[in-house]
Design a protein around this ligand. Structure first.
Ligand SMILES: [Zn+2]
Length: 265
């Protein structure tokens, strides 16, 4: 009985009171990082129009995903980077963009801060595509070389496009069924089906055909005729769970391989 209690206390002591870097205090952070926790998840997004879900969907999604993944991969969750490099949707009401130069400088300092604080594995859970992906990958690689830390940048919706096909039986889109469902699983109050009609969606033009600024729709389908939002709660919940599972597996597998190869240890 006493042994059991000691064991339980030891396990308890190894779990931080929170995995949120915003919420933990410096004393507890010091006890856990990097001795017990060597991995951080940094959610990145932007503020841009998203059909009938919130303008901050690209922040809502990776933050919720990072929170769900953190205990599975023994990671802390860094504060979400709410502003980003918005592309052809910059022009819709309530949208923001950060210049590439400013974004690079800001993200570089944040990544250096994460390395300086002792994290060995820095995982960027990115919620916004376009030019932002290449910038993040470039900065993460530079950080890795300079600080000898391991970095991984993952676009959750692209990495999980097979999960989209499996759950919905069709491809998705920007603010399409998949992304709308992901937000619906996190907080259905952020979804407004009453404002939706199918004419709000446009298929992504094949490369080299046409471009428009601002893009005429904020729902951008990856394939013509597929990915129109359908607001199915059960599918939304299944999608969130399956994406979390696949993303956590990628992080775990990558760290296992980094360790096995003896990289930057
Ligand atoms: Zn989005």
């Amino acid at each position: 009985m006493i042994l059991l209690f000691v064991f339980a206390a030891a396990v308890f002591a190894q779990e931080p009171s929170t995995r949120e870097m915003n919420d933990i205090n410096w004393m507890e952070f010091r006890e856990h990082v990097p001795r017990r926790i060597k991995t951080v998840l940094l959610p990145t997004g932007t503020v841009e129009a998203h059909g009938v879900v919130n303008n901050g969907a690209d922040n809502t999604a990776p933050l919720a995903l990072a929170r769900a993944m953190a205990p599975k991969v023994n990671a802390m969750v860094a504060p979400v980077l709410n502003y980003g490099v918005t592309g052809s949707l910059d022009g819709y009401a309530g949208t923001f963009t950060i210049s590439e130069a400013a974004y690079r400088a800001f993200v570089t300092d944040i990544l250096h801060g994460l390395a300086r604080n002792g994290f060995q594995n820095i995982i960027i859970v990115n919620g916004h595509g376009g030019g932002q992906t290449a910038i993040l990958s470039d900065l993460a690689e530079k950080l890795g070389r300079e600080h000898r830390v391991r970095t991984l940048v993952v676009n959750w919706w692209a990495y999980c496009s097979d999960v989209t096909l499996k759950i919905f039986g069709e491809d998705g889109g920007h603010a399409g069924w998949n992304e709308t469902a992901f937000i619906q699983a996190i907080d259905r109050k952020l979804v407004h089906p009453e404002r939706y009609n199918a004419s709000m969606a446009t298929a992504r033009p094949p490369a080299g055909t046409w471009t428009a600024f601002p893009f005429p729709s904020s729902i951008i389908l990856y394939q013509p005729g597929q990915g129109y939002p359908k607001f199915d709660q059960a599918k939304a919940d299944a999608y969130f769970a399956a994406v979390t599972e696949k993303m956590a597996a990628l992080v775990k597998e990558t760290i296992t391989k980094w360790d096995a190869a003896g990289l930057f240890q």
